[in-house]
Design a protein around this ligand. Structure first.
Ligand SMILES: Cc1cc2nc3c(=O)[nH]c(=O)nc-3n(C[C@H](O)[C@H](O)[C@H](O)COP(=O)(O)OP(=O)(O)OC[C@H]3O[C@@H](n4cnc5c(N)ncnc54)[C@H](O)[C@@H]3O)c2cc1C
Length: 507
């Protein structure tokens, strides 16, 4: 087994995954010691969607040392405090899955258990999360660094133009020594002795060798699927949506909401993501239940303003690679698997792949134990996200279309079934290690989707009732007050990070 260092990394693909990986490697590796090359093909292009993120992206940007205002101006970004779900339990209902936590735990007793006991008088649980209250009022402010202030509890992420983010990271990576090659890869050559990837051949005839290959070729999965034949677990029996149509429009309607909106429709759901210069929209649907023309018509009917581009139709299959790392090839991004963007998790899973790759960065010996660990952690992370997404479909009262009837009555993974049953009893939750979605996220979606526990934790009954009720009243008042003191999201953006070249219709 060789312990020679990795001298050359080839990233194949220049979408969000490719440039996030390139930027991170450029930051961490010594360019004198390890060369990083990225090959992308404008002829093939990128998927061109993916606009909503979750809070850990702040850690990624901070790791790169990116200035938040510069990044937001460059990507025409807005702030995101959570996701509003409309019509998921039954037509007409709505709830927010906010970032951050609900209330404050009392020692071993979880806040939601206290809320459960007094829920008839305490008001909606959303009143106990600052992000949810601010989102409802269309307000935003940065978290306060003082942990004594309620504003310190605010968590946020971004909506941004993903192609501008990739461009931003490209500038970052190239400035730190990453070489970009514009061409299409035709052939992949494997080493005869061990089946490792030796080189790729470009259409212009150039042969590029490397020690480590990162497959960021999107759904094509040219290396991990094509050359190495990696197996794919198909999850379409749980997540039947296999198409999407995306279309941006002028800003209108509710304007720059500091949240993503996910509206359930007859055979899937529609997203609405406001950016500074336009609003991104899409309909994610099951082709077995609705045709492309009808999906497009439903999407267009719900737009806030005139469309800004031709519709972009996309096809996919929910699932993941059996192994995201095979021999000297690591798949990051869509090549490693796909879950629909209901909880905005794909860009995060790219980040998680990069973080694990850096933590287990190999030498030319490619230790099988470390590769197995990468694959185990990757599978665990994506399987947990899968369960969280399936929850939105399974926990519904909707039976108004064949689609909703199918997902409401389908069999679900045992891991999710156990979680739902445990919560439905006494509101118990035990998020596992590496679960991207913590307790508050599960509470938000389980309650939001109509699963209200039959009883609360008996430990709550040991606490004095009057003091608890006073505590709840004070907490929701403090949160309401903090939200009211924030500027509107629109005003905050205008002051903090307005892009210089906005061509936005007035809200
Ligand atoms: C409908 C939809 C909505 C989404 N919304 C969100 C969202 O809101 N939030 C979120 O986090 N994620 C979202 N995603 C996922 C997100 O779009 C992707 O995770 C992200 O864009 C990363 O894509 P990628 O870089 O893996 O692939 P791509 O963008 O497809 O890039 C592939 C790259 O590989 C190159 N390539 C391919 N073959 C070759 C070849 N032979 N030679 C050379 N180059 C090649 C292409 O040119 C391109 O540069 C969404 C996805 C879909 C389908």
């Amino acid at each position: 087994m060789s312990d020679a260092p990795i001298r050359k990394v080839l990233i194949l693909g220049g979408g969000t995954a490719g440039w996030m990986t390139a930027a991170a490697l450029a930051k961490v590796l010594n360019a004198e010691r390890t060369e990083v090359v990225l090959v992308e093909s404008e002829q093939i292009g990128t998927i061109g969607v993916g606009e909503a993120t979750i809070p850990p992206i702040l850690t990624f940007n901070a790791m790169l040392g990116i200035d938040e205002r510069a990044f937001m101006r460059a990507t025409k970004a807005t702030f995101k405090l959570g996701i509003e779900f409309r019509g998921w339990t039954r037509p007409g209902d709505r709830y927010i899955h906010p970032f951050g936590t609900f209330g404050l735990d009392i020692e071993a007793i979880k806040f939601h258990q206290v809320w459960l006991k007094f829920r008839d008088h305490a008001g909606p649980i959303e009143d106990f999360n600052l992000a949810a209250v601010a989102a409802r009022q269309g307000r935003f402010a940065l978290p306060d660094p003082d942990p004594a202030k309620v504003l310190s509890s605010l968590k946020y992420a971004f909506h941004f133009d993903a192609s501008l983010y990739a461009r931003f990271l490209r500038t970052y990576a190239e400035a730190r020594g990453v070489t970009r090659i514009e061409d299409k890869v035709g052939d992949v050559t494997l080493r005869r002795e061990d089946g490792f990837i030796q080189s790729v051949t470009l259409e212009d005839g150039r042969v590029i060798e490397a020690d480590l290959f990162i497959d960021c070729t999107g759904f094509r999965a040219l290396l991990i699927g094509g050359a190495l034949g990696g197996a794919y677990h198909d999850w379409s029996h749980w997540l039947p949506n296999d198409r999407a149509v995306a279309i941006p429009c002028d800003t209108g309607g509710d304007g720059l909401t500091p949240y993503t909106r996910a509206t359930a429709d007859t055979a899937g759901w529609r997203w609405r993501i406001p950016l500074q210069h336009r609003t991104g929209n899409g309909y994610v649907y099951s082709s077995a239940h609705i045709g492309d023309d009808d999906a497009l018509a439903a999407l267009v009917a719900g737009l806030d303003g005139p469309p800004r581009a031709e519709p972009n139709f996309l096809r996919f299959q929910a699932g993941r690679r059996d192994q995201a790392w095979i021999k000297n090839c690591v798949a990051i991004g869509l090549s490693s698997g796909f879950l629909e963007p209901l909880e905005s998790t794909s860009i995060h899973l790219i980040q998680a792949g990069i973080t694990k790759l850096l933590a287990l960065f190999p030498d030319c010996g490619f230790d099988p134990v470390e590769i197995a660990e990468y694959n185990r952690l990757t599978a665990q992370q994506i399987d947990q996200v899968r369960d969280f997404i399936i929850l939105h479909y399974k926990a519904t009262e909707r039976a108004d279309t064949p689609y909703w009837d199918q997902v409401r009555t389908m069999a679900i993974p045992d891991s999710l079934r156990r979680k739902i049953e445990l919560f439905a009893g006494r509101g118990r939750l035990f998020p596992s290690d590496f679960d991207l979605f913590g307790e508050s996220s599960w509470v938000a979606v389980l309650l939001g989707q109509g699963i209200v526990p039959r009883k609360h934790d008996a430990l709550v009954d040991a606490l004095p009732e009057v003091a608890l009720v006073q505590r709840l009243t004070r907490l929701s008042a403090v949160i309401a007050e903090a939200a009211r003191a924030m500027p509107t999201h629109e005003a905050f953006i205008a002051r903090y990070c307005a892009a210089s070249d906005l061509a936005r219709a007035p809200a």
